[in-house]
Every structure is written in structure tokens, then in C-alpha cells.
Design a protein around this ligand. Sequence first.
Ligand code: NDP
Length: 249
Amino acid sequence: MFDLKGKVAVVTGGNGGIGLGMAQGLAAAGARVVVAARNQTKSAAAVRQLGGQALAIAVDVADETSVNALVRSTLDQCGRLDILVNNAGTNIRKVPQEYTLADWHHVLDTNLTSIFLACRAAYAPMKVVGGGKIINIGSMMSIFGVPFSPAYGPSKGGVVQLTKSLATAWARDNIQVNAVLPGWIDTDLTRGARRQVEGLHENVLRRTPAGRWGTIEDMAGVAVFLASPASDFVTGTAIPVDGGYSVLG
Ligand code: NDP
């Protein structure tokens, strides 16, 4: 039920953090993983770590031409595309009144428009192989607001709505589209946040029922579930992986 042998999975931002955690799960379940990110030194290290048939393809997820080339190159090198994890993301932390339009576009383009572009490019190849699995990474900010991320929250709220739209559009094509909403996971992104936002580390520990930060390994299981036949009747959902953060009243 969880076997991914013979499947090809593209993981954007798969060279570190949550993307690498998910890529490790997919590779362990048998998938051939394409690590799709900008920094090729980091991507080469991730490919070594993943072993097997993993490979790296450079992409800027915010760039339409680059995303289309990623899918073309995946098909050229791997012959098919079954699983797409839209994980690449960024944040610019400032109060709203100091946000520039360029800041806004940068965050929206990287976190949300990127997913539209990658899903659109992946649709035809997935249809050709009889179906596919798309996993979009949202956030606790898909649900909650914070004062220091006026573009990140809207981008991640949009990820959930885009997921629902694509899920309903493509269900008859046997393409399942789901979102994962990570809680606070220890990565480069949140190490930056901890430096910038005073008290964040302690607040997360206090507010998370599990009493700890998540690890990238915590993200592997949900990726395998949503990429495998085990989830064939699951589509359009947004699954928190958060140690209970989102349900604590
Ligand atoms: P990291 O900073 O560790 O990873 C971000 C990844 O995105 C990197 O691999 C980076 O690779 C890639 N990336 C960024 N911009 C681009 C781009 N324009 N084109 C291609 N790749 C890009 O962060 P996380 O692992 O923490 O975050 C991964 C996802 O999870 C993000 O969407 C984030 O919003 C989300 N998330 C994280 C949470 C956490 O607690 N850590 C909580 C909730 C959501 P490179 O620089 O090489 O391009």
C-alpha cells in the first residue's frame, strides 16, 4: 500500500529542511527522487544522502520558464512524473507598514504562484501515466495570523485554496492534490525566525502540546502516505503535522 517503487517524485526545495525530510521518506519507500532547487552544492549533497537513483535538477520555482524546463528535464531523464511535492518556500519578516511591493511579490511568487506553475506543468505528464499525487506545503499561517509576516500568511492560505481547486478539477483524472501544514519544524528557515523574533523558541515549546519542535524526519510519513495508493480516496485536504499546535484551544 505504501510502495513507491517505479515512481518518480519531484521535490521542490528538496535539498534541505522539510523538503529533504519528505524526500528521504519517498526514497525509502522506493521512489526515484528529483531534488529541485537553486543551490546546486546543497542539492548535490542531498542527492548523495538520498542515494539510489536520486538526481538534482536546478530550478527557480518562481520562474515560469524554469519550472516548465524542470518538468521537461524530469521526463527526459526519468521517463515519467508521478509525484510532485511543492515545498520550496520563503519568508520576509517585517511589520506590514514596512513591507514593499517587491517583498510582497517575492513571497507570493515563491510560495504560491510557484505551485500553480508546477502543478500546471505536471498535469499532462501525470495524466499520461494514469494519475498522480501532488503535495503542497502550507503552514500554521494557512490558519493563523502573525504580526510579522503579512505576505507569508496570505501565500500559505492561498496554498490551501489552490489545493482545493486543483483537487476538484483533477479528481476524475486520478490526480490527488493535498496540502500538508507543518507546525514549527527545526530548519534553516525557522533558525532565521528564531534569530529575528524574540521569545519564539520558548513560545513554540509552550504552545505545542507535544512539547517540542518538529524534526524534518517527522515530515517523512505524511509524504509517503499522500504519495502512495494508501491515499487514493484522499483529496483536497490540508493535514496538520504539528504536534497538536493547531488544535490547542
Ligand atoms: P528551508 O529554508 O530549510 O528550505 C527552503 C527550501 O526552498 C530550500 O531547499 C531552498 O533551496 C528552496 N527554495 C527557496 N526558494 C526557491 C526558489 N525560488 N526556487 C527553488 N527553490 C527554492 O525551509 P523549510 O524546510 O523550513 O521550509 C520548507 C517549506 O515548508 C516552505 O514552504 C516553508 O514555508 C514551509 N514551512 C516550514 C515550517 C517550519 O517550521 N520550518 C513550518 C510551516 C511551513 P535553494 O535555496 O537551494 O533554492
